[in-house]
Ligand binder design. Structure first.
Ligand code: 5GP
Ligand code: ZN
Length: 115
């Protein structure tokens, strides 16, 4: 169910444009609007869930199950030296969009801007 005023639900619905990296029935992945490194991607469930505390295990299963495939697609496209996965929950932990998402952050070695 789409959540009113959720920007990521609007992205899933196509109401806000995004640069798609991957999509299937349950999951959507797109480039972060303010990429910390080249290819910084967000992976989200199409269903609205606030964060890890409220994520049903079946939603977590499909969300996390897609990550290796998406990580490999990013690896093939951008050829990073490594990649960080990051997932923030609640404002105190830097969550700013309250629709669960996994950051895939390609790393290019020293000086790539992310630490
Ligand atoms: P958080 O801080 O909640 O873990 O991450 C939210 C991320 O969403 C941020 O990195 C931010 O740049 C990204 N973001 C916020 N609004 C938009 C948007 O409208 N489009 C895209 N592509 N990314 C967004
Ligand atoms: Zn949402």
């Amino acid at each position: 169910m789409a959540h009113e005023n959720c920007i990521f639900c609007k992205i899933v619905a196509g109401e806000i444009p995004s640069a798609k990296v991957y999509e299937d029935d349950e999951v959507y992945a797109f480039l972060d609007i303010s990429q910390v490194t080249k290819g910084h991607t967000l992976v989200i469930p199409k269903t609205h869930v606030k964060n890890i505390y409220e994520t049903p295990s079946e939603v977590a299963s499909s969300l996390f199950a897609r990550v290796p495939r998406i990580a490999n697609a990013i690896k093939d496209t951008y050829q990073p030296a490594g990649m960080n996965l990051l997932q923030n929950n609640e404002a105190a932990a830097d969550q700013s969009v309250f629709h669960i998402h996994i950051h895939l952050i390609p790393r290019y070695g020293e000086g790539d801007g992310f630490s």
